[in-house]
Structure formats: C-alpha cells, structure tokens
Design a protein around this ligand. Sequence first.
Ligand code: ZN
Ligand code: ZN
Length: 327
Amino acid sequence: MSGLDVSVSHQAGRGRGWYRGDCHVHSRVSAGGDLTPEQLVVGARGAGLDFLAITEHNSAETHDVWGQHDLLVVLGQEVVTRTGHWLALGIAAGQVVDWRYGLRDDVIDRHLDEVRRAGGLCIAAHPHAPYPSGTFMYPYQGFDVVEVWNGPWRSDVPWQADNEAALAEWGRGLAADVHRGVWRPAMGNSDTHLADQIGVPHTVVLAEELSAAGVLAGIRAGRSWIAESAAVELSFTVSARNRIAGIGERLETGDEPAVANAVVRGVPSGTVGFHTERGQAHRASLPDSGSGAVEWSVSAANSAFVRVEVRHPDGRMAALGNPVILT
Ligand SMILES: [Zn+2]
Ligand SMILES: [Zn+2]
C-alpha cells in the first residue's frame, strides 16, 4: 500500500446510516500479527465492513500507511498495560498512549482523560481474557465502552476471550448504571491477528456520517449492535404513545405499555431473547429460514431498559444489541 494519505474520510458524502466496523485490528506490526495493512483492507471489504480501527499493541507505526481506498480507517492503539488492555480509538496520527503501568500505579485516569480530551474513546478490551495481563483489572468507571464480545463466541477454547463472562458482567452492571443515568455501551470486535479473522464479530453503528467522528459518536452513545458477521441483520425498536426509539435511544412511555420489536435475518432456528433489569424476560424462536420478527410488551414500570440477544441453536451469540432506555 503506497501513499501517505491518512485522511480518514475517503467516503465523505455517505450520510446518516448504519455502518459496520471492526475496531480492534492488528497488522503484523503487533506480536502475533501476520497481515499487511493492504490485506486488512481487502479482508475488511470481503467481510462487508465499512470501517476498521487499527489498534496495534502500544504503537502508532501503521497510522500513516493506509493510502487511498474506500474503507474508513480510524486511528487507534491497543494500550497493553500490566493489568489489562484497553483500546484508545480516534487518536491523532502518530500519537502513542502510555502503557507502562498497572492498576496499583493509579495513573490510568490521566491517560484516559488524555484520549478523551482529544475526542477519542476509551474501551475496556476483552475483560475476561484468560491469560496474564489480559484479564481487565481496572474498574469500568472511567471507560466509555466495554468490549463484551472479542473474537468468535466460543467457550471451548481456553485461550480465547470469555465472552459469556464479559457479557454477564456488563449485563449485571447495566441496571445500576441506567439508574444512575450514565450507562456504558457494549461493543464487539474481532481482535484480528491472522487471515479470515476480521469482522468476527463487528459493531454496527448508527452514525450521522461515515467519518471517524461520526462512528465514534454513535459508539459512545450506544447507538450500535454487535453482529457475528455481515450475514446477520438486526433492527430493534420500542414504541409507545406514537413515539419510537431505536437502540441506544431513550423512550418516554409516560407509564403506558410499550411494544418492543426485533426484526432479525440470518440466524436459522435461532432464539431472540429480550433482557430487562429482571434478566431474560421474554424469548421466542426464529424459523429455519433465520428471518423473523418478535414483538413483546414492556413497560417502564417493570424495567428501565430493554435489550436483545439473538443466539444460534447451540447457544453461540449471533447478534447483541445495546439497550433502549425507558422512562
Ligand atoms: Zn489484548
Ligand atoms: Zn488485540
């Protein structure tokens, strides 16, 4: 890949819409990585993505190698500290965030602030990864987003991130966070190091435009859901009193009953689960075709939010939505 054009908006003009992106991607610059930037771009396109974020381990070496193509590349870093990894997304070209500390040094807030002041996002990465320094030991407080889904959803490979544990922890914290008025969205990324990993999973974001600022704003607000692949489609809304709210939005129900509606494609014989602060509150099956719509009545009196999980028959996650907040 030649050229030094890092302008991250080769697709200026693509306005408000849902965009698919993978925000945790390594090239061969990172230990264990095997891919060139060009291979990452080709892989991302093949996986149906509109954007990726390059997040090398503690390095900005590949910030300026992306050249001209129609994929949006957001600049980032995986900040690999002694007691957990975090993603800094939307940093400046060449910026390297300090990583030489652990929980007991009490300095992480300073580095989180540095990223946020520059307009970036701080994401707790693979919080339950079962290897030394990979398990996330910092409090979530101070982070904008939690990567609850990292790589393929499976629990039978001991070295892979434990997504089920990360989701359970995030789901447990959500009710208290919503009650406090500041909730932390979930996201999912592939943590690609090798061929054929990119996009599994990725985050689908409602952005005002396909730009770094646009997609980061959507992720920060939780206007996003996580897809196992581009073969999976999810739309989720809650409506009441002639109003309608989408994922990450707030719906004033005035204590009237609301209707939650999930429309899914690409998950044959899967199950759709609606989750509230009372846990999984409703479940329905999808037909063999994998396409279907599920409706369910919910009220703000019973829960301050509702979110959706779509799983394959064997329990693996296919799609996971951020909540709609009910007031
Ligand atoms: Zn990591
Ligand atoms: Zn990584």
